[in-house]
Design a protein around this ligand. Structure first.
Ligand code: ADP
Ligand code: MG
Length: 349
C-alpha cells in the first residue's frame, strides 16, 4: 500500500466503486457515511458512520486521512469548509456549493456562454404565473433533488399541484422535446491538464438513468461542442477530479447543458470495463496528486442500470467473458433504487 489514505464522504455505490478503484492502485480509503448500513462498508477496511456534523467522528476521520473527496453533492457547505481547513477537500467546497444549487449552477453555465434550457427562480405560486413562457415546464427544487425527486411537471399555469411545498425554492425550466441525452466525463488534474472521455449516450426511464452506451450516436459538431463545453466548465471552476456534464439534444440538434455533477457519475460506470483507466481511478489519481495516465478506450460498451427487483435475476445468472455484473450489496431492495449495474463490452471475435 502507498502512504496515501483517501477519505470519502458518502457510502453509496459511488463511494464503493471509488474505494475499489483506490485499492486497485494501492490507495487506502476511509469512508464516512451517515448510514450505518451503507453498502460502502463492504468495500473499505475503514468505515465510520454517524452524523456528518458529529465533532468526535469528524476528528477521527480527519486524523486518518491525507485528502478528502465526496461521492454526492448534497453535503452542507459548512461541513466541507470545516474539513478543508484541516485536510484538503477536492473538488473544492466552493465548487460544490455553486453546483448543489440548480439556480446558481445554471447562472454559472450561462455566464460562460454555455446554453441551458430557459429557467427562472420560483419562490411562490405567483412566480410560476408570471413565468408562463416557461410552461410547459419542469419545476425542480433548487437543492437536494436527484433521480427526478423534487420535480413537478407544470402543464398549465392554472394547474399547480397542491403537493408543492413553497417553503423551498425552485427553478422552473422550459420543457424540451428531447431527441437524445448524452454526458461528458472529464478528469482535470490542473491548468489545462485533463483526460476526457468521449460522449456517452444515455436513456432515462421515469427520470432515472437506465441505459448508457459508447459511442454515442451524435454528429461530429455536437460531439465537439459537448466536449468543449465540459472542458470550459472544468477550467473555469479550477476543478480537480472527475466531473460529469449532462446534456440534452433537441429535435433541431441544439445542445443544452442540463446539469453538472461535481463527482463521478452513473453514466461513467462503463469506463471500468471499456477504458484502460476508469472515471473512478482518474478521480483518485487527480485528487491524490498521482501521475496522469493517458486514457484510452479499449472497447465500445453498453451499461444497464439494475433498478429495484431487476437485480434478482442477475444475482443467479452466469455471465460471458465480455459481461460484467456489479452488485452494490445494498441491504434492502427498494422500488426505483439503484441496486447494481451490468456492462457488456464489444469484443471483436
Ligand atoms: P436529477 O438531478 O434528478 O438527475 P435532472 O434535471 O437531470 O435531475 O432531470 C432528470 C431527467 O428528467 C433528465 O435526465 C431528463 O430525462 C428529464 N428532464 C429534466 N429536465 C428536463 C427538461 N427541461 N425538458 C425535458 N426533460 C427534462
Ligand atoms: Mg440528472
Amino acid at each position: 500500500m502507498s502512504d496515501i489514505t483517501l477519505g470519502i464522504i458518502g457510502g453509496g455505490q459511488l463511494g464503493s466503486l471509488l474505494s475499489v478503484a483506490a485499492n486497485k492502485i494501492d490507495i487506502n480509503t476511509v469512508i464516512f457515511s451517515d448510514d450505518k448500513n451503507s453498502p460502502a462498508k463492504n468495500f473499505t477496511k475503514n468505515f465510520i458512520s454517524g452524523n456528518y456534523d458529529d465533532e468526535k467522528l469528524i476528528k477521527e476521520f480527519l486524523s486518518k486521512v491525507n485528502v478528502i473527496t465526496y461521492e454526492f453533492e448534497n453535503i452542507p457547505y459548512k461541513i466541507l469548509k470545516k474539513l478543508n481547513e484541516i485536510k484538503p477537500v477536492l473538488p473544492k467546497p466552493e465548487i460544490n456549493k455553486l453546483i448543489q444549487n440548480r439556480y446558481t449552477e445554471k447562472d454559472f453555465l450561462n455566464k460562460n456562454n454555455i446554453r441551458t434550457t430557459r429557467y427562472s427562480l420560483i419562490k411562490d405560486e405567483d412566480d410560476i404565473k408570471i413565468n408562463d413562457g416557461l410552461i410547459p415546464g419542469l419545476l425542480k427544487t433548487c437543492t437536494l433533488g436527484y433521480d427526478g425527486k423534487g420535480q413537478f411537471k407544470i402543464d398549465k399555469k392554472e394547474n399547480i399541484s397542491s403537493e408543492i411545498d413553497f417553503t423551498k425554492e425552485y427553478i422552473l425550466e422550459k420543457f424540451i422535446k428531447l431527441k437524445k441525452e448524452i454526458s461528458v466525463i472529464i478528469t482535470r488534474f490542473g491548468h489545462q491538464r485533463y483526460e476526457i472521455y468521449e460522449p456517452i449516450e444515455n436513456l432515462h426511464e421515469d427520470q432515472i438513468l437506465k441505459h448508457s452506451k459508447i459511442p454515442a450516436q451524435i454528429s461530429e459538431k455536437i460531439k465537439n461542442q459537448a466536449t468543449n463545453w465540459a472542458t470550459i466548465i472544468a477550467e473555469e471552476l479550477d476543478y480537480v477530479g472527475t466531473l460529469c456534464v449532462e446534456y440534452f439534444i433537441d429535435n433541431k440538434d441544439n445542445l443544452y447543458a442540463n446539469e453538472i455533477a461535481p463527482r463521478v457519475h452513473n453514466s461513467g460506470h462503463l469506463t471500468i470495463n471499456s477504458h484502460n483507466v476508469s472515471q473512478f481511478e482518474n478521480h483518485i489519481r487527480a485528487v491524490c496528486g498521482l501521475e496522469k495516465v493517458e486514457t484510452k478506450k479499449i472497447y465500445n460498451a453498453r451499461m444497464l442500470n439494475l433498478i429495484g427487483n431487476d437485480i434478482e435475476d442477475y444475482r443467479v445468472k452466469s455471465f460471458k467473458d465480455n459481461e460484467f455484473f456489479f452488485d452494490y450489496q445494498k441491504t434492502e431492495i427498494r422500488e426505483k433504487r439503484k441496486m447494481g449495474h451490468f456492462t457488456i463490452i464489444e469484443k471483436e471475435n
